[in-house]
Design a protein around this ligand. Structure first.
Ligand code: ADP
Length: 388
């Protein structure tokens, strides 16, 4: 029996990671009920979304049960099989983003050929199924599995035929194809994030700069410092064009390379809130998480305008110190910087794992960088041990 008035339709979310967890915050404010399919009891989002089921997103019956009675289903990750998404649509659930859009975030080969057909600038690329094709493509190159890669897994920089063995073995073992790309000489990585609703309304966030190490995002600066207005406008236009042409609903993050000769090239797409948009929780009028909810529910979007001149996001990654000092770090981090914004994911501490992030905003970029980096290093356990 329901004890609450039915204020809004229920939104189903597949996947219990930190992105779903951070969707819960604006969902509370908007009075939007969420129903979660979590991969295990106690995962990040299952800690905060009361209405959750534990099950396998690859099982259609499980997906049907979770979305039963929900007007809309959206995602924390991009791995739900396409056929299942079509089946849910046939059952009358609005799948946002839809399977036709999502495939471009699932399969880098499909993404490359579609973007190229749309005239969007991409690195030179070719699908390769044997070594001679990589040799014909030319070294140095980057080999990527078309599916299943994340956080730099499934990406190899190859400078000779001998370097390619790993990539071909991995692809053969997982039954996926390999994509060869030119090794882009880039100055830095940028991200252009937009939200788009089924009615076609779109909102573009300022283009940000991100720093990656071993394929994992470490830091984001919003907006990207010293980005020319032309490149900034071009990057936003690329993201808006992709969102419109691929009929993306919800948040679309377009990861780009800014080349040393002053061009932008698309690296890859994510169709969900993205690590490069976490700054918006504290640095924008409407966070990417709220705009994702608004977009998939086909509500008018909120302003993506910045609230501060600069916002710096630094990820808290599990370090070598056994357990970091997540909650223990609060007194120091909060006392040192009352303006710091802390976001923890309720995840178990493991080396290299993203367990949270901090945002620092203000008028001075160096000051924001110092504050955010210090706090993240403190939480990680890299600082302060000398006093113990
Ligand atoms: P993932 O799916 O793991 O995020 P990406 O395709 O984003 O994989 O690649 C991970 C990282 O590898 C990128 O952030 C970038 O630093 C580097 N990289 C990927 N493609 C290229 C390329 N064509 N040229 C140069 N570096 C690349």
């Amino acid at each position: 029996m329901s004890h609450a008035p039915e204020l809004a339709p229920t939104l189903a979310v597949i996947g219990g990671g930190q992105l779903a967890r951070m969707m819960a915050q604006p969902a509370i404010a908007l009075g939007l009920p969420l129903r979660l399919l979590a991969e295990a009891e106690g995962v990040s989002a299952a800690q905060v979304i009361v209405d959750h089921t534990v099950g396998d997103y690859r099982d259609l019956d499980t997906l049907r049960a979770v979305t039963d009675g929900c007007a809309v289903v959206t995602f924390d990750h991009e791995h739900v099989p396409t056929d299942h998404l079509h089946a849910l649509e046939e059952a009358g659930v609005a799948v946002r983003p839809g399977p036709g859009a999502l495939v471009h975030a699932q399969d880098k080969g499909v993404m490359r050929s579609r973007l190229t057909a749309l005239g969007i600038p991409c690195p030179r690329h070719a699908l390769v199924s044997e070594l001679s094709e990589v040799e014909a493509f030319g070294f140095p190159a980057v080999l990527k599995t078309t599916r299943g890669g994340y956080d730099g897994k499934g990406v190899w920089v190859v400078r000779s035929a001998a370097d390619c063995a790993d990539a071909f073995e991995t692809a053969a073992a997982s039954g996926v194809r390999l994509l060869a790309e030119e090794l882009v000489d880039f100055r830095r990585e940028l991200s252009a994030l937009v939200a788009r609703s089924p009615s076609g309304q779109a909102a573009a966030y300022p283009v940000v700069a991100s720093t990656q190490k071993d394929g994992i995002c470490l830091e984001v600066i919003a907006p990207a410092p010293d980005l020319s207005p032309e490149l900034s406008a071009q990057a936003q236009q690329i993201a808006l064009t992709i969102a419109k042409e691929l009929e993306v609903t919800g948040v679309l993050a377009v990861e780009l390379f800014e080349t040393t000769d002053g061009r932008v090239l698309v690296n890859e797409l994510a169709m969900r809130p993205h690590n490069t948009g976490h700054w918006s929780q504290d640095g924008a009028v409407t966070s990417q998480f709220e705009n994702h909810l608004r977009a998939v529910m086909d509500l008018p979007l909120g302003s993506p305008a910045t609230r501060a001149k600069w916002t710096v996001m630094v990820n808290i990654l599990g370090g070598d110190v056994a357990a970091g000092r997540l909650y223990d770090g609060f007194p120091h981090a909060m006392a040192r910087d009352p303006f710091l914004r802390v976001h923890l994911y309720g995840k178990e501490w493991r080396p290299g794992r993203k367990v949270g992030h901090v945002n620092a905003y203000g008028d001075d970029l160096d000051d924001c960088l110092e504050r955010a980096r210090h706090a993240a290093a403190w939480f990680r356990g890299d600082l302060g041990n000398e006093s113990e």
